[in-house]
Design a protein around this ligand. Structure first.
Ligand code: NDP
Ligand code: ZN
Length: 381
């Protein structure tokens, strides 16, 4: 064994024994993984780090399928400097029941419902963490999968398409007993990612707002905005969802594939949220804002052209990006959503590798209304 590897291994063993954990304390997990960008899913057995003093173990009941799972596992975010490390077990919309708690845990007890979103750890003391924005931790957020876990020897974090997860209690969200467990998981990403910019932009009753991209995230945004009393216009590129938008309370549906429908919209919106996951020209939406209006970008196209010169001509309209939400905000969103009955519309699948492959194809092709959720990650009858 090379000296460096021996040193690292010794450190790992010392670190483990220092908090009383050994290799045998690691948690056996069954999940579904991809081993390359052009791969399909395979059953995959692995171990997670042991349940530390401040950690909980959650037996996963449901796991949502987010378009970000596809971007990550298909390695589509290289321009953003994000590279896939295989095997990848995706899944960051996780809901389940606590099966084990570390000795310092105070927020949860065995049997409670708990959720995990897009992150599982951060330093807890930098300016971002102090401001409850752990997703921007200056010392490195550990995201739920495809992310080196700097708090556990840098091992690659594995996500929620699996039967359990181990997480610091500070990064687990309490799910009330009254929640509809079948539908709650997507709130952990789609919910908070749309809730956060809507509140950051202080959208209020009567505001004229737009939601571009009416999928998993978009349909949550529409529900939050309608609930606030805003006047909502939905933008997507299909006729299939026109009636759904009206049913959810939107006043207008624009099929962007039909140029006629785009006429007369400039200077008319206070706020637009773009969840579009594919390439598009954001200037069109910037021009639709009133002066001082805000365009929030959460969708993650692999390439997008923002014409800076055009922005100068559209001066005093604002554009910003937004990444999920902090833990405190996620808890607030979840409590509010459950209390007010705001949930995603879900298609439940019986999770196995073939069903997940099929669901991913449908998400990619736009054939889902509105969010797939994996069921039977564990037996939970
Ligand atoms: P979905 O695939 O469920 O929804 C996207 C919707 O946008 C689909 O209805 C799609 O239609 C529509 N769409 C695609 N192109 C256009 C276009 N040019 N104009 C209008 N509508 C369009 O994806 P999600 O809601 O799960 O995710 C949306 C994006 O948000 C993804 O890029 C995802 O990675 C990102 N995301 C970002 C987060 C953040 O923190 N910033 C967190 C979570 C997700 P069609 O199906 O026909 O293509
Ligand atoms: Zn997501």
């Amino acid at each position: 064994m090379k000296l460096k590897s021996f040193f690292l291994l010794s450190c790992a063993v010392l670190a483990s024994s220092a908090n009383g954990q050994t290799e045998s304390d690691r948690v056996a997990t069954k999940g579904f993984a991809m081993f390359a960008a052009d791969d399909t899913f395979h059953p995959y057995e692995f171990t997670r780090h042991a349940v530390g003093d401040n950690d909980i173990q959650i037996d996963i009941m449901y796991a949502g399928i987010c378009h970000s799972d596809l971007h990550a596992a298909w390695d589509e975010q290289q321009e953003q400097g994000l590279h896939a490390t295989y095997p990848i077990v995706p899944g960051h919309e996780i809901a389940g029941r606590v099966s084990k708690v570390g000795k310092n845990v105070t927020k949860f007890k065995v049997g409670d419902f708990a959720g995990v979103g897009c992150m599982v750890n951060a330093c807890g003391h930098c300016a971002s963490c102090e401001a409850d924005k752990e997703q921007f931790c200056e010392n490195g957020t550990t995201f739920t999968y495809n992310s080196p876990d700097r708090y556990h020897d840098g091992e690659n974090a594995m996500g929620g398409y699996s039967d359990n997860i181990v997480v610091s209690e500070n990064f687990a969200i309490k799910i009330p007993e009254t929640a509809d467990m079948k539908r709650v998981a997507p709130l952990l990403c789609a919910g908070v990612t749309t809730w956060s910019p809507i509140h950051f932009s202080n959208v209020k009753k009567g505001d004229k707002v737009g939601v571009a991209g009416y999928g998993g995230l978009g349909h949550m945004a529409v529900q939050y905005l309608v609930d606030l009393g805003a006047e909502v216009t939905v933008f997507d590129r299909t006729e299939e969802k026109r009636a759904d938008a009206a049913r959810m309370g939107a006043v207008r549906y624009i099929n962007v594939a039909n140029p006629e429908e785009l006429k007369g919209l400039n200077n008319s919106f206070d706020f637009i949220l773009s969840t579009i996951p594919a390439n598009y020209e954001p200037i069109m939406y910037l021009a639709m804002l009133k002066m001082g209006g805000e365009l929030a970008i959460v969708g993650l196209p692999d390439k997008s052209i923002l014409n800076i010169a055009n922005m100068a001509f559209l001066s005093q309209r604002k554009v910003y990006g937004s990444l999920i939400g902090g833990i405190k905000e996620t808890q607030e969103m979840l409590d509010y959503s459950v209390k007010h009955g705001i949930y995603p519309e879900v298609v439940i699948i019986n999770a196995d590798e073939k069903e997940i492959d099929k669901a991913w194809k449908n998400v990619s092709d736009g054939n889902v209304k509105f969010r797939y959720v994996n069921d039977k990650m564990i037996k939970h009858t």
